[in-house]
Design a protein. Structure first.
Length: 118
């Protein structure tokens, strides 16, 4: 049975978009995560929240930078001792993300922690 041009086009449209670094998107608690690493860190934060160490946390916190550039930090964590942590999960830390992070840390009085394994 020959394949029609419409069948070929339908197959092309079904192709899954892959992340340029091989990260696989996933879901947890009806939330989408761009990588399994970020989802695993989210799972850890939920456990820390249940234990009382973390009061609450925010995902995808944006920082405005000069030149109409935006840096988005994966997690902003509010700890029970009153401190706030900023965490970015990175399977691979690129030169661009390093540069943006340095600019954020110069402009805002924060330090962004990088997590590469959970």
């Amino acid at each position: 049975m020959p394949i029609s041009l419409e069948d070929v086009e339908a197959l092309r449209k079904r192709k899954v978009q892959r992340h340029k670094f091989g990260a696989m998107s996933c879901e947890r608690d009806q939330k989408k995560f761009p990588s399994r690493l970020e989802r695993r860190y989210y799972d850890q934060l939920k456990l820390r929240q249940e234990s009382g160490e973390v009061i609450f946390f925010l995902r995808q916190t944006p920082f405005d930078l000069p030149g109409n550039i935006k840096y988005v930090c994966d997690f902003q964590i509010f700890l029970s001792d009153g401190t706030v942590e900023f965490v970015d999960t990175k399977g691979r830390d690129t030169q661009m993300s390093i540069a943006k992070r340095k600019i954020v840390e110069e402009i805002y009085p924060i330090k962004i922690k990088i997590v590469t394994k959970v």
